[in-house]
Write a protein that binds this ligand. Structure first.
Ligand code: CP
Length: 296
């Protein structure tokens, strides 16, 4: 079993991952030191930068007793021109028990999964999907608010380039939430309702802000410092229109003072940003355990 996209995960598998992650998070399944994957080898192959996803997959593997081995892509034979397919064939010949991949090209993990016999987990591919991020977001919401069903969830920012938004827009409605996607008009795909950030946040139970991915923009937005925050970001004024108990999320990395006011990001009561990171380890433990168990 691979984890390449939300659409590729059946409902019972999503439920099992969320339940298992919750057990790991709460310490009821050996949060620190289970040896369920003792002796297993997990390859981490990141063609794009990462802090949260790379470190949490490695931490998850270690906590399950597996060895996490990272390929330093910039120092690898990729720099000598080796193709993705040849790299996949090479890594497959070393017989890992799972391979985690992040790549700048959409669907690169699916290409690798055709070659590698072990389970492949998509750690984010281009602007396509980031399925384990969506799973950890759902697990975080459920942990804090007790449910996902019936919640109004505003996802605001650079929707056009966001694999996090794409995966969440598929997963959260399957769990019963209403998802509202909003952002600057030039950062909204044409096939989603053109909602303003203010409209999306009004009455929302969860406000998830996204980074402007300037590295993927063809043209700069041309906004002056502070202008993006005032027009499209999460300010105290906009947050005041959400439900009184609304919580704040951000997949990271954040641009403080751009898509989110720094003091809101640090709000100890309402910000779930650190909880998302902590839950990320538990969700990736659940994912690794399930895909490796399913193979044996
Ligand atoms: N959320 C996320 O994917 O963060 P990283 O790029 O740091 O992994």
């Amino acid at each position: 079993m691979d984890i390449l996209s939300i659409d590729g995960l059946p409902n019972d598998e999503i439920a099992a991952i969320l339940d298992t992650a919750d057990l790991y998070f709460s310490g009821n399944r050996g949060r620190r030191g289970s040896e369920r994957l003792h002796g297993r080898i997990v390859f981490n192959v990141f063609y794009e930068n990462s802090t949260r996803t790379a470190m949490s997959f490695a931490t998850a593997a270690h906590r399950l007793g597996a060895s996490a081995i990272a390929l330093s892509v910039e120092r690898s034979s990729v720099a000598k021109g080796e193709t993705l397919e040849d790299t996949a064939r090479t890594l497959n010949a070393m017989r890992p028990d799972a391979l985690v991949i992040r790549h700048r090209e959409n669907h690169a993990p699916a290409v690798v999964a055709e070659i590698v016999e072990a389970p492949v987990l998509n750690a984010g591919d281009g602007t396509n999907e980031h399925p384990t991020q969506a799973l950890l977001d759902a697990a975080t919401i459920r942990r804090r608010l007790g449910r996902v069903e019936g919640l109004k969830i505003a996802i605001c920012g650079d929707i056009r380039h966001s694999r996090v938004a794409r995966s969440n827009a598929k997963l959260l409605p399957r769990l019963g939430a209403e998802v509202r996607l909003a952002g600057p008009p030039e950062l909204l795909p044409p096939d989603v309702p053109q909602l303003s950030v203010a409209e999306a946040i009004a009455g929302a139970d969860v406000v998830m802000m996204l980074r402007v991915q300037r590295e993927r923009l063809e043209d700069d937005l041309g906004d002056a410092p502070g202008e993006y925050l005032a027009r499209y970001g999460l300010t105290a004024e906009r947050l005041a229109t959400a439900t009184p108990g609304a919580v704040i999320m951000h997949p990271g990395p954040m641009n403080r003072g751009v898509e989110i006011d720094g003091s809101i990001a640090d709000d100890p009561e309402r910000s779930l940003i650190a909880l998302q990171v902590e839950m990320g380890v538990a969700v990736r433990m659940a994912c690794l355990e399930r895909v490796i168990d399913a193979r044996n």
